[in-house]
Design a binder for this molecule. Structure first.
Ligand code: GRF
Length: 202
């Protein structure tokens, strides 16, 4: 079984989607560790309910290098092969990103490269786009700019509030993230320049 680590800071709904896929054999691997930088984050309860080991590694009061060294060591101690960011609210340093290059995924609530950064759903709504969506991408040193593994478009309805849109985008995230993780774990993603060629699964 391929070993997946998840870094989360918040609600944990993408973590939940990854765990559900692992449970039903659709992830192509198993989540062996959840690392959370915010004590008390709901994601910790999600891990606990699923019986997955969770480590709280607070960033507060530590330097970035020191904190990331702890996260890195925790992942290595569990022989994690692929790290999934799932609402992890910390920018990772270039050194961390390089250490996990090609083995670090993120899910973002817009059709990148449109609307990187925080509150992407609201950014899209305020801009007035008619279609937004969700993206799974490899993490590189530039924010929300790494090679794209999967995307799903979500139409913006005329009467959508930003919250309505965010809700439907989140559903799309939950569909594409496990599929993208599986494609990576099964070795079906080939990087060609900044394009990811994803072979169909069995
Ligand atoms: C998601 O919208 C994800 O795209 C973004 O942060 C949010 C995390 O939500 N990176 P959750 O904690 O997975 O519910």
């Amino acid at each position: 079984m391929r070993r997946v680590g998840v870094l989360a800071s918040g609600r944990g709904s993408n973590l939940q989607a990854l765990l559900a896929a692992a449970e039903s054999g659709e992830l192509g691997g198993t989540v062996v560790l959840v690392v959370c930088n915010l004590p008390g984050a709901p994601a910790l309860a999600v891990a606990e309910r699923a019986g997955i080991p969770a480590r709280v590694l607070p960033h507060r009061g530590r330097g970035r290098e020191e904190h990331e060294a702890e996260v890195h060591a925790a992942l290595r101690a569990e022989d994690v092969e692929l790290v999934c960011l799932a609402g992890y609210l910390r920018r990772l340093s270039p050194a961390f990103v390089r250490a996990w290059s090609g083995r670090l995924l993120n899910v973002h609530p817009s059709l990148l490269p449109a609307f990187p950064g925080l509150e992407a759903q609201r950014q899209a709504w305020e801009h007035g786009v008619k279609v937004s969506g969700a993206t799974v991408h490899f993490v590189t040193e530039d924010l929300d700019a790494g090679p794209i593994v999967a995307q799903e478009a979500v139409p913006v309805r005329e009467d959508d509030s930003p919250e309505d849109l965010a809700r439907r985008i989140l559903e799309a995230e939950h569909r594409i993230y496990p599929r993208a993780v599986r494609a990576v774990l099964e070795g079906r993603c080939r990087l060609e320049g900044r394009r990811v060629r994803v072979e169909e699964g069995a």
